[in-house]
Design a protein around this ligand. Structure first.
Ligand code: 9UX
Length: 73
């Protein structure tokens, strides 16, 4: 099956931010694709498509590694 998970991410303001988050999250085990709906200056949304659920703490760590922040809601 395919799992789709959404997260809110703060701090992203440009296409390079999008590329960084996409690269880090895509490297997680099981991730098939990452899409980002950029809201510069606000809260962006990312969708993680994977072959199995990806633990939220792993996604948070990857987003943090990229230099951004997962925010609630
Ligand atoms: Mo440039 Mo996007 O510092 O943060 S990568 S605005």
């Amino acid at each position: 099956g395919v799992t789709r998970e959404h997260y809110s991410v703060g701090g992203m303001t440009c296409s390079h931010c999008v590329a960084s988050v996409t690269e880090e999250v895509s490297a997680l085990e099981g991730v098939q694709s990452v899409s980002v709906n950029l809201n510069a200056g606000g809260t962006s949304r990312i969708m993680v498509v994977s072959s199995k659920p990806v633990p939220a703490d792993q996604v948070r760590a990857a987003v943090t590694e990229a230099g951004y922040t997962v925010v609630d809601a």
